[in-house]
Design a protein around this ligand. Structure first.
Ligand SMILES: [Zn+2]
Length: 46
């Protein structure tokens, strides 16, 4: 599964590009932006 953000309704959705068509289930928009994985490496916790 991969996280995407619809460019039309800006809703976060999760789809599997291998299985599903890349279409927003909310508004049927076909422009989905791949969500950036958040890299939190600046935290220095003990
Ligand atoms: Zn949408």
């Amino acid at each position: 599964m991969a996280g995407y953000i619809c460019a039309k309704c800006e809703k976060e959705i999760e789809i599997d590009p291998k299985v599903d068509r890349i279409i927003c289930p909310n508004c049927s928009g076909r422009i989905l932006l791949k969500k950036r994985p958040e890299i939190a490496k600046t935290i220095k916790a003990r």
